[in-house]
Design a binder for this molecule. Sequence first.
Ligand code: ADP
Ligand code: MG
Length: 157
Amino acid sequence: MFKIITNSPEQTSLLGEKIAKLIKDNLVICLEGDLGAGKTLFTQGFCQALNVKETVTSPTFNLMNVYEGDKRIYHFDLYRLENENDLYEIGFYEYTDVEDEIALIEWPDRFIDCMPDDYLHLKIERTSIDSQREITVILHGEKYKNLYEEMKKTCQF
Ligand code: ADP
Ligand code: MG
């Protein structure tokens, strides 16, 4: 794993943009962090880089949003899911196992054992400085290893 420090909301959004631009085919990202950590800001930057035109918000009430940009993006929020069975119902297993689409999963820690074999795990945490966030990047599986290495080189501020 490695860490990235962002010093403003804009940098967290920019991090989302940078990662989106590194994607080759598909990607599954788990985005962990408390309320106000910066998950939505990150997602907005990410979607902007893929030319999503609609407004990007957390899918807290509908559990999943789909955005059409240069690629299709499935945006999940697992916070309100009651049990593992609900994951089937919202199509989680189908949409996290696609060839050239993208899945972004908020609150993965609610069902961490149900995550796919390959994904990038980003944990966003506050620091003692108000406008700063510490983002820990963890690689699961080997599929996104190149992207992970590329991020390590190009995503520091
Ligand atoms: P979440 O979706 O995780 O609940 P949001 O992205 O909606 O969080 O909100 C993050 C909040 O934290 C915003 O109000 C933003 O201005 C503030 N903030 C301050 N510093 C940062 C930073 N370095 N990165 C991201 N957000 C930050
Ligand atoms: Mg949010």
